[in-house]
Ligand binder design. Structure first.
Ligand SMILES: NC(=O)c1ccc[n+]([C@@H]2O[C@H](COP(=O)([O-])OP(=O)(O)OC[C@H]3O[C@@H](n4cnc5c(N)ncnc54)[C@H](O)[C@@H]3O)[C@@H](O)[C@H]2O)c1
Ligand SMILES: [Zn+2]
Length: 362
């Protein structure tokens, strides 16, 4: 068995270990046993992921049939959660049972919400299989599903008892999904680590080749940053908001296009460009830093067009978003690569200027 890298999230009195290592999923059964996880285990996944990696995981776990959820963001809803409850109830799952979520953020959030609510909470293990899930959604304890009237409106905080991250599972991930996760890695660099940012910039080719020598450190460093922020502020009363860098405009872009045009990370990439532009115009971020971010984002590949999106529509979506507190817009800006601040006096005119320069319709 390989020696994994371990990072702990400490929230309240409990510790959630994150284990990272190439090939680690082959040792999943052993890892669960050595972390004291009970033998009643319910795997939740989706058909696409299970087709690619199910054999390997079944072997590692010593058998067991998964509960398969339909694939896609539109199925991240309460109906999918019910699909998990039912087999658990039929199998007389008890409070000592564990849900093992094997998949991207959709599976993790849905299975996580089932774990948070079944019998008022049973143990949850994440085995994330997308880059986005490995660096972001499996860490921090936010679980939940969408409502027909809005995204992520139904949810809970439920820290996993273990997160097992195997970068080797990413070899099958389509390039666009991989890029979507990379933008969140870029975000961690911008908010907290110049060295991560510089390494990404230097390693773009090796990253796309999914070379472990570049990929594993990028995942480890991202997990460290997220774990550190969450450990200090689990419930997002302050510090955790820096993780929303690029998400003010990003979420609005996703919302006005009904979550169809952009992969999440792509919208965040555009949101980071907007935030950097806002900061540069205010004189809070040096122009060469803004340019460095824009260059890296360009290097990672093309982004969907925003030319047909109307600025009033975006501003309206930002207003509706959770980031407006008492009518004032909270905006995380970078003041250099690796450091941020929050401003709460962003005017609509300023925002309009940013969106015009991003190429949107007035
Ligand atoms: N809980 C949190 O803190 C948090 C944070 C960020 C995002 N999220 C949520 O995460 C979701 C997005 O997650 P995502 O980007 O992982 O999308 P996803 O779960 O939809 O996965 C993307 C696609 O990749 C496929 N896939 C997964 N693993 C694969 C693999 N190894 N090889 C080939 N294909 C694979 C999936 O079947 C799916 O079609 C959103 O619902 C978002 O709200 C949650
Ligand atoms: Zn995000």
């Amino acid at each position: 068995m390989i020696d994994p890298i371990r990072i702990d999230v400490t929230a309240g009195t409990r510790t959630s270990p994150i284990l990272i290592g190439e090939g680690l999923s082959d040792d999943l059964g052993t890892l669960l046993n050595s972390h004291g996880i009970g033998s009643r285990r319910f795997i939740v996944s989706n058909p696409a992921v299970w087709r690619l990696h199910g054999e390997r995981l079944r072997t590692a776990l010593g058998g067991g049939d998964p509960i398969l959820l339909p694939d896609g963001e539109r199925f991240k809803n309460l109906q999918a959660v019910s699909k998990i409850y039912e087999p658990l109830i039929r199998a007389n799952a008890d409070r000592g049972s564990t849900i093992i979520a094997v998949g991207g953020g959709v599976v993790g959030d849905t299975a996580g919400f089932a774990a948070a609510t079944f019998l008022r909470g049973i143990a949850l293990v994440h085995v994330p299989t997308t880059l986005l899930a490995q660096v972001d959604s499996s860490i921090g304890g936010k679980v939940g599903v969408n409502h027909a009237l809005g995204k992520n409106l139904i949810g809970a905080f439920h820290q996993p008892v273990l997160v097992v991250i195997d970068p080797a599972l990413l070899t099958t991930l389509p390039r666009r999904e991989f890029r979507s996760g990379l933008y969140e890695v870029v975000k961690y660099g911008v908010i907290s680590s110049r060295s991560l940012f510089d390494r990404l910039d230097a390693d773009v080719t090796s990253l796309f080749a999914k070379d472990g020598r570049a990929l594993v450190p990028a995942i480890v460093e991202s997990c460290r940053i997220k774990a550190d922020v969450v450990s200090k502020d689990e419930r997002e009363s302050g510090l955790r908001r820096i993780l929303n860098y690029g998400h003010t405009v990003g979420h609005a872009l996703e919302a006005v296009t009904n979550y169809r045009r952009f992969r999440h990370g792509e919208a965040i990439a555009l949101g980071m460009l907007a935030a950097a532009d806002l900061a540069a115009v205010r004189g809070a971020l040096a122009e060469r830093e803004r340019q460095a971010l824009a260059n890296l984002i360009t290097k990672l590949g093309p982004l969907p067009s925003v030319a047909d999106l109307s600025i009033p529509g975006i501003i309206e979506a930002i207003r509706r978003d959770k980031k407006v507190v008492d009518g004032r817009l909270h905006f995380v800006i970078a003041i250099e690569i690796g450091a941020t601040m929050t401003v709460d006096d962003v005017t609509e005119d300023e925002l309009r200027g940013v969106l015009v320069r991003l190429g949107m319709k007035t």
